[in-house]
Write a protein that binds this ligand. Structure first.
Ligand SMILES: Cc1cc2nc3c(=O)[nH]c(=O)nc-3n(C[C@H](O)[C@H](O)[C@H](O)COP(=O)(O)O)c2cc1C
Length: 332
């Protein structure tokens, strides 16, 4: 990339090492996985979305979701909710965990969340977004950011308005996922909307949507001039995407990892998960992660079949050993 474009983004006064972030991904952005992503080059990682309502009630499972791994230099906490006073209280609770920023989810399309007035339901009412951000700002000194979609559906594209409402209320940055709620995760993310938002706002804009490879991360930066690129699905089972994107961004090249390297990172991920969740829960959750790590591996299908029936560290150790030594091809 052209040198003038390789400026390090600054968020909450902290210079980040690159513009490549792990997005909030429910069921995946755990402390264990975030720590692995940092080690593989991610500049900033978000928690998965956390219920503001549950946080204010000191729900132990919710509090556990805020845990940070020692290998994480910092993180961002994402909250979801519908009511300004609840989000204000939750932001206060979250502040005790010293996140770099607290992000408000205005994009989740899941019916249960939307029915409660949270997630992408907020897109229908920019004034509520304004009131929530203002209330959060009142209750904490940690910078508040928001993550939005283009709009509710094609007939109500309003990202310029929702983003501006958030910024007027004091939001320090805005992430735009270039899809409507109606699109879910289908169709193509609209990067031109991200580019337009970059030109419209006085705060940093981060882009999200369809960055499934390191080269796509660079393409998003080039096409939108966004300050940061959030990677979600492209990072599942592939934390190496951060190092690869950073290498390209600095003008270098990427090199494929050997199966042994991939297995070593997957093993670290599992062992750290066990430290946080205990063996049983961590192994159950690792089933899908193992499947993602072995995507495209020769002989991967047989290992995945075994992984979805594995529940102990011993069983996974055997699979990881097989992944390390028996497989001759890396991911395609
Ligand atoms: C399984 C899954 C879980 C997600 N969870 C969240 C979440 O908790 N909070 C959020 O703001 N976005 C969430 N997203 C949306 C992503 O952060 C991202 O905006 C979207 O997937 C588009 O980026 P991608 O093409 O890189 O996947 C989720 C997406 C997926 C696929």
């Amino acid at each position: 990339m052209d040198e003038s474009k390789t400026q390090t983004p600054v968020l909450a006064g902290v210079p980040l090492r690159s513009p490549f972030f792990l997005a909030p991904v429910a069921g995946y952005s755990s402390a264990a996985y975030r720590s692995v992503c940092y080690e593989q080059g991610a500049a900033l990682c978000y928690t998965e979305m956390i219920s503001a309502e549950a946080l204010t009630r000191s729900h132990p499972k919710t509090e556990a979701m805020l845990a940070r791994a020692p290998e994480e230099p910092f993180y961002s906490i994402q909250l979801f909710g519908a009511k300004p006073q609840v989000l204000a209280r939750a932001a206060d609770v979250a502040s005790a965990y010293h996140p770099l920023v607290i992000d408000l989810n205005c994009g989740c399309p899941v019916p249960k969340i939307v029915k409660s007035g949270a997630g992408s339901a907020l897109l229908k009412n920019p004034e509520t977004i304004r009131a929530i951000v203002a209330a959060m700002k009142e209750s904490t000194d940690i910078p508040i950011t928001v993550k939005i979609r283009k709009g509710w559906d094609e007939s109500s594209i309003n990202f310029l308005e929702t983003a501006q409402a958030a910024v007027d209320a004091g939001a320090s940055a805005v992430t735009l996922h270039g899809r409507t709620r109606a699109q879910g995760y289908g169709g193509k993310a609209d990067w031109s909307a991200i580019a337009l938002l970059v030109r419209s706002l006085a705060v940093p804009v981060f882009g999200s949507g369809d960055v499934l490879s390191a080269s796509a991360a660079i393409a998003m930066l080039e096409q939108t001039s966004c300050a940061g690129v959030m990677i979600a699905r492209g990072a599942i089972g592939n934390p190496f995407i951060f190092a690869d994107a950073a290498a390209l961004w600095r003008g270098g090249q990427t090199a494929p990892r050997s199966p042994a390297q991939i297995a070593a990172v997957a093993r670290t991920h599992l062992l750290r998960s066990i430290g946080f969740l205990g063996e049983k829960t961590a192994c159950m959750e690792f089933r899908k992660q193992f499947c993602a790590y072995t995507k495209g591996f020769a002989g991967g299908a047989a290992m995945r079949e075994q992984a979805v029936h594995s529940s102990t560290l011993t069983e996974f150790e055997l699979l990881l050993d097989r992944m390390e030594s028996n497989i001759t091809e890396g991911p395609s």
